[in-house]
Design a protein around this ligand. Structure first.
Ligand SMILES: [Fe+2]
Ligand SMILES: [Fe+2]
Length: 321
């Protein structure tokens, strides 16, 4: 077979990309990819990274008021894991040519989104448990299929992240089991937290399929494996028996097992609320972004010092060689 020394043309590159996707092989950073794929992937990974970083705030709020040394150690470790997830994901976005400083800039200026769930306040320590159980639980439903993402660095990052998210979910559930075995006041705190977080957790799967603009293309590219409504159903089916075991009531009178469908039916989500939160009008949007911006600004000297130190080290290395 003779090989052409000319640069491959766009049609050939596109064919190669299409066949990579069709064979469920992975697209790697050095590979040619369509601009739309690259942009969609950067948007998805950045949005995910921002969610991990902003997601540190609602629970971080309780670190100083944890009820015991053990709970404090657990919560510190969990919040630190989320920072780690954000770092992996910003690195994955960088493999596509994105610039981390630029992504942070877009986040603090409201040009890129993060998960709507983190715009709700955490009002009691039970919220820490409910976030672990429901929010990390919903994140797992969303993220396990992403371990098979067609983009290699993202899929590989998700495998490790999902292992840690499972642990987060268990620690949340264990905290709630402990509180449910406590006093009436503690049980009421858990129920209150479930009442506030149940519906926003269902919103984490995004708008319903008929209103989701990106789903079709993302599924064709192997970026997304299941629709929003499929994943939402999976989450409901998983959570109902867990709620029963815990002894809490999920705040939905329409929740009922449907024998014909072999799934739980559930009430309709308030999509107006989701769209208000996405547009920046949730209870804590302004506070979350302002806090992130302040932390970034206050960290400027650390970045400057690290950059100066790296430059000095490489100058010394050069001088030695
Ligand atoms: Fe995470
Ligand atoms: Fe988590």
């Amino acid at each position: 077979m003779t090989m052409s020394l000319d640069a491959p043309d766009e049609t050939m590159l596109q064919q190669h990309f299409d066949s990579t996707i069709a064979h469920e092989h992975r697209v790697e950073p050095r590979d040619w990819m369509p601009d739309g794929y690259r942009k969609t992937m950067i948007r998805q990974i950045a949005q995910h990274a921002h969610s991990e970083i902003i997601g540190m705030q609602p629970e971080g709020n309780w670190i100083t008021r944890a009820p015991s040394l053990r709970r404090k150690a657990v919560l510190l470790a969990k919040v630190q894991d989320e920072a780690g997830h954000g770092m992996y994901l910003y690195s994955a976005a960088e493999t596509l040519g994105a610039d981390r400083a630029d992504l942070t800039d877009k986040l603090v200026h409201g040009q890129q989104k993060y998960s709507s769930i983190f715009n709700y306040p955490t009002l009691s320590y039970a919220d820490v448990g409910v976030i672990g159980w429901l929010v990390d639980g919903a994140a797992i439903c969303n993220q396990v299929p992403l371990c098979r993402s067609s983009y290699g660095p993202y899929g590989r990052a998700m495998i490790r992240i999902c292992k840690e998210e499972s642990f987060h979910q268990r620690q949340g559930y264990e905290l709630l089991m402990t509180m449910m075995a406590g006093t009436d006041a503690q049980r009421a705190m858990v129920q209150g937290a479930v009442d506030r977080f149940w519906w926003p957790s269902l919103m984490m799967f995004g708008p319903p399929d008929d209103a989701s603009v990106n789903t079709e293309q993302s599924m064709a590219w192997g970026i997304k494996r299941h629709t929003n409504d499929e994943l939402r159903q999976r989450f409901v089916d998983m959570s109902v028996p867990q709620a029963e075991k815990l002894g809490v009531r999920l705040p939905d009178p329409e929740l009922a097992w449907n024998d014909a469908r072999q799934h739980y039916d559930f009430g309709s989500v308030d999509w107006d609320e989701l769209s208000a939160v996405i547009k920046g009008n949730g209870p804590c949007n302004a506070q979350r972004v302002a806090h992130r911006k302040a932390a970034h600004d206050e960290g400027a000297w650390v970045r400057d010092a690290a950059t100066a130190y790296a430059a000095k080290t490489s100058r010394r290395l050069e001088a030695k060689t």
